[in-house]
Design a protein around this ligand. Structure first.
Ligand SMILES: *Cc1c(COP(=O)(O)O)cnc(C)c1O
Length: 382
């Protein structure tokens, strides 16, 4: 929904704040993902943690993507939305026994395993059920994603995955476990990555690693390169769909795969971020001594990214074309970090105006909380 195309009349009767999702943009995005990934026979899984709204999950499932989950609750939500268990992968450093049991009972495609004790535990739980769990080793490739430190996951200092150095002993360990079967290698270096050279670096690391494993006679059928493709938060109207063409092409150009190997992706943000906007109403305009505040009825409880990661969301006054003025746009929560933007230029606001916080379809609604005993935001599709 570009500015001017928001269905303002439909918004009038709805209680703010709420998430407005653009169904058409989501579908267009999925069509581009399918067209670009099919060029190379790639398998794309949607990272459920970005947004688990049932309608979004069903739409993505209907476009034939698989699901990438990081908790038992997500595995359950994916199955309930219609994803076939043989297209579900399950990652996470702290999988609890009930989550592993649930995934085993449903015969998911693959566990992305992050440590030796986890591997041992999956072997024990699978043995109790007389099953053989398919696993991929999540490997920390020590690649710098050049993104915000809170969303960098592929450096040795991060908590995720096995280090490359530990692999020889993991390979020995695997031979002892008869209820797990190594089928893949898994990587995920971070999020909101817009510099394609980070993915190029990842490919080169994977090539080296595959070379090393081949010397040990290990070849995994599945190479899962994770997600992390970034979107353009600055210009949601001009660039509403991420650059999937360049993204998949980097892997095609740089990743060396055997004929029988299948490459998997786990995309979250780039699939759903652009299609969602948080719609909020201006409650008060408060004149400070040196600045003015637009106090809105959405808070960090509805959209925590600015408070948590200093993230930028493009904000528009969708009910006024008045001359532009500068505001700090803040929420009602009793925390100073409950600020969406500082010194932000926007069409002058008055009480009752509606603002749209754009590109909020990923890590928005799903991260909402009831802090201050606020209601969770509702969502609507247009
Ligand atoms: C979060 C996550 C993803 C998705 O990341 P995006 O940046 O949203 O694409 C993929 N894989 C794993 C293991 C994750 O934790």
């Amino acid at each position: 929904m570009i500015k001017g195309s928001f269905p303002i009349e439909d918004f009038r009767g709805l209680q703010t704040p709420f998430y407005a999702y653009d169904k058409e943009l989501l579908q267009k995005t999925l069509d581009v993902i399918n067209a670009e990934s099919n060029k190379y026979g790639y398998h794309v899984h949607y990272a459920v943690k970005a947004n688990a709204n049932p309608i979004i999950l069903q739409t993505i499932c209907a476009s034939n993507l698989g699901a990438d989950c990081v908790s038992g609750g997500e595995v359950k939500a994916a199955i309930e939305a219609g994803f076939s268990p043989d297209k579900i992968v399950f990652a996470g450093v702290g999988k609890a026994d009930w989550e592993i049991d649930y995934a085993l009972d449903n015969d998911i495609f693959c566990f992305n395993v992050e440590s030796e004790p986890e591997l041992e535990n999956i072997n024990v739980l699978a043995a109790q059920k007389n099953k053989i769990a398919r696993i991929a080793l999540r490997i920390n490739p020590n690649v710098d994603a050049h993104t915000h430190s809170y969303i960098t996951t592929g450096l040795n200092e991060n908590k995720f995955g096995f280090s490359i150095e530990s692999l020889p002993q993991v390979v020995v360990l695997l031979k002892k476990f008869s209820n797990v079967k190594l089928v893949g290698l898994h990587f995920h270096i971070g999020s909101q990555i817009t510099d394609m050279s980070a993915f190029q670096d990842l490919c080169i690391k994977i090539n080296e690693l595959q070379e090393f494993l081949r010397e040990k006679d290990i070849c995994c059928q599945h190479i899962n390169v994770g997600g992390g493709l970034g979107i353009n938060y600055q210009h949601p109207n001009h660039v509403p769909i991420a650059d999937f063409e360049s993204y998949f092409k980097v892997f095609h150009d740089y990743l060396k795969v055997e004929k029988n190997q299948i490459v998997h992706f786990e995309l979250g943000r780039s699939v759903v971020a652009p299609c969602g906007s948080l719609i909020t109403k201006v409650l008060y305009v408060k004149k400070g001594t040196s600045k003015q505040f637009a106090i809105v009825d959405a808070g960090m409880t509805d959209l925590i990214r600015p408070a948590l990661y200093q993230a930028y969301h493009h904000i528009e006054n969708i009910t006024s074309n008045a001359n532009e003025e500068k505001y700090d746009i803040v929420g009602p929560i009793c925390e100073s970090s409950d600020t969406f933007a500082k010194d932000y230029t926007i069409n002058a606001v008055k009480r009752g105006d509606l603002l749209a916080m754009r590109s909020a379809g990923a890590y928005g609604e799903i991260m909402a909380s009831r802090y201050n005993l606020r209601e969770l935001p509702k969502s609507y599709f247009f």
